[in-house]
Design a binder for this molecule. Structure first.
Ligand SMILES: CCCCCCCCCCCCC/C=C/[C@@H](O)[C@H](COP(=O)(O)O)NC(C)=O
Ligand SMILES: Nc1ncnc2c1ncn2[C@@H]1O[C@H](COP(=O)(O)OP(=O)(O)O)[C@@H](O)[C@H]1O
Ligand SMILES: [Ca+2]
Length: 586
């Protein structure tokens, strides 16, 4: 049944597009136009959901690549989302579609533009009006500024968005701004950069929300407050995994269009507690062993740009390391889904829709996660936790698939963006060829979990401790202990980047300067000649200072301007009206 509002907004006229006459109809949910010439048997209707109309302008207007306006009386131009046919990635590429209509009179033209604008306001409640934009000028190939000004700003302007743009001058500036400055009036935050830049924004937005709610975010037992500000990602980094896994393509125009139409994709976030009062948030990868070592190595080769990860991946692979540790995890409900069920989390995902409830909503439940007074590894009710101890090539936790160009299906292809769980991937120590097969499978559609030395678990929380209560460095393999600066993870003067000299970090947290002042612990001939006993954690591209951590997944803590990966097949057949279609055509 049609509502009064839909009836009021309905408009039907005969309009011209170029030299052809069309019957144009605006219903509450769609703008459609069909060629009126009866002789044309193949006449097709173009149907654009009102929610995907970007803007309406009087006259004959163009925006990309350059703006031009021909101010005529009887014309109006509609800009909308147009899906490109090229399927090179997992999702659909969006382009700015444009159609110029000519009306029989100025009065009718004004009626069309007025109705369209009213329809936009009515049907897209989450469209942003004011955005705070952070650009990292040094991310990826250092093209952040150019990407924003040439491809994104014109689309924002067309949609009537006012943007406050800050080009960062230092790391953590965006995070600090979000934590401290006045954010009144902003609907969302946009970051132009890579996963590291997104991570800064994530820390800022979550931290600010908890501050304002009077919650102690450092307490792993606290159920965090969901964030009111939406986050948009314009990809301009190296891995761009968060963008790839939530949109399916790395394309600034596609991402800008998701922002302007106010798409909303909830996202699970993992809080990683790595010391008293120390918390970081992750959405893509919390990884120890291989992924930690790759990140640590890659920081020394930032000058290589995105290639630093390939180079470092090879160096770390050749170093053939494994690490001892105790991993404990709290399994998620196996009836909901499984990391091996071969499903994909796509736009309108049913598993995520069913999981809108937050985890650990009551405090007695969360109390079993950590003891309030004696740290994360001692508490009373431990029944549900599973504990494994051994030597691992890598331990990874991801809240979503973590797909990226290198791995189009991702670290965990069946993980869900917003189901309140994460996937824990344990790769036990194995021979280099076995590990290479595991890595290689990430680049194909072969199942990387179908290997005897790999386990995957869907979890709500994870804890990691060095095996033997931190005595790892003195274990039976004759590695030199932490005290003489021998074995262990490495941090560079506490911050990884910077000094050429690296530090050897002992299992007990002590750090000692490496006697050999080489640039890399992997090529160091002294302290690192023997394999270190302790790796580091890679938390969305940031190195954590402590190897002992506990993690908890917070279901749907933030929302992105995205809609999940679109399954193009449905779009082609979908004839549903927007309100009836809860899949791709939302
Ligand atoms: C034989 C071939 C081996 C290929 C292995 C491919 C596995 C790729 C899995 C990548 C998972 C990426 C998860 C995302 C991590 C980002 O947060 C982080 C930081 O990204 P940024 O530099 O900020 O864009 N990047 C890395 C590589 O650690
Ligand atoms: N102006 C700046 N100077 C130096 N570092 C910055 C600046 N702005 C942001 N950063 C930091 O750069 C790191 C990498 O940024 P990112 O945009 O993710 O690029 P990439 O994907 O190439 O790593 C982030 O951790 C971020 O904190
Ligand atoms: Ca998830």
């Amino acid at each position: 049944m049609k509502t009064q509002m839909e009836t009021d907004l309905r408009l039907e006229s005969s309009l011209w597009v170029g030299n052809k006459r069309y019957l144009a109809v605006l219903t509450g949910w769609h703008l459609k136009w069909t060629e009126a010439d009866k002789k044309n048997r193949d006449k097709k209707t173009v149907s654009v959901p009102v929610a995907e109309v970007v803007g309406v302008e009087e006259g004959r207007v163009e925006v990309l690549p350059h703006k031009s306006v021909e101010d005529t009386d009887r014309d109006f131009t509609v800009f909308y989302v147009k899906r490109s046919n090229s399927r090179t990635s997992s999702g659909l590429l969006w382009r700015l579609g444009r159609t110029q209509f000519t009306c029989p009179s100025r009065v009718l033209r004004d009626q069309w533009t007025k109705h369209l604008r009213t329809a936009l306001k009515t049907h897209s409640p989450l469209r942003p009006h004011r955005l705070l934009v952070f650009i990292n000028p040094f991310g990826g190939k250092k093209k952040g500024r150019q990407i924003y000004h040439s491809l994104v700003a014109p689309v924002f302007e067309l949609a009537g968005i006012s943007s406050h743009v800050l080009v960062t001058e230092r790391a953590n500036q965006a995070r600090d701004h979000l934590l401290k400055k006045d954010l009144t009036g902003f609907d969302g935050v946009v970051c132009v950069g890579g996963d590291g830049m997104f991570s800064e924004v994530l820390q800022g937005v979550i931290g600010r929300t908890q501050q304002e709610a009077g919650l102690c975010e450092n307490d792993p037992a606290v159920a965090l407050q969901p964030c009111p500000l939406h986050i948009g990602i314009i990809p301009a980094g190296s891995t761009d995994c968060v963008c790839y896994a939530t949109v399916g393509v790395i394309d600034p125009v596609t991402s800008a269009l998701h922002v302007v139409i106010g798409d909303s994709q909830p996202l699970d976030v993992c809080s990683v507690h790595h010391g008293p009062g120390q918390v970081r948030y992750s959405v893509s990868l919390v990884g120890y062993g291989f992924y930690g070592d790759v990140l640590a190595e890659s920081e020394k080769h930032r000058w290589m740009g995105p290639f630093r990860y390939d180079y470092s991946g090879a160096v770390v692979f050749l170093s053939n390391r494994s690490y001892r540790g105790t991993v404990q995890y709290l399994p998620a409900d196996p009836l909901m889904s499984s990391p091996r069920d071969k499903t994909r989390c796509l736009s309108g995902c049913g598993v995520c829709a069913k999981s809108t409830e937050r985890l650990f909503t009551n405090s007695s439940d969360s109390g079993s996660l950590y003891s309030s007074n004696s740290g994360p590894f001692s508490n009373g009710s431990e029944d549900e936790w599973v504990s494994v101890d051994g030597r691992f090539k890598s331990v990874s936790l991801t809240c979503m698939s973590s797909s990226c160009a290198k791995s189009p299906l991702g670290l965990s292809p069946s993980a869900h963006l917003a189901d309140g769980t994460g996937d824990l991937i344990l790769v036990w120590d194995t021979n280099p060829l076995g590990f290479l097969a595991f890595l290689y499978r990430h680049t194909t559609d072969q199942d990387q979990f179908d290997l005897p030395f790999v386990e995957v678990h869907r979890v709500k929380a994870v804890r990691f401790a060095l095996a033997g209560g931190g005595e790892e460095a003195e274990d039976s393999e004759g590695l030199r202990g932490a005290v003489d600066g021998g074995d262990g993870a490495y941090v560079e003067n506490g911050s990884i980047a910077g000094s050429q000299q690296h530090l050897a970090a002992g299992a007990n947290g002590q750090t000692m300067t490496c006697e050999d002042k080489t640039t890399s612990p992997f090529t160091c001939g002294l302290c690192c000649r023997k394999a270190p006993a302790v790796s580091v954690w890679n938390c969305d591209g940031e190195i954590l200072p402590s190897p002992e951590i506990c993690c908890r997944i917070h279901g749907q803590l933030v929302r992105l301007y995205a809609r999940g990966i679109e399954d193009g097949t449905f779009l082609e057949d979908c004839t549903e009206e927007r309100e009836e279609c809860n899949r791709t055509c939302r």
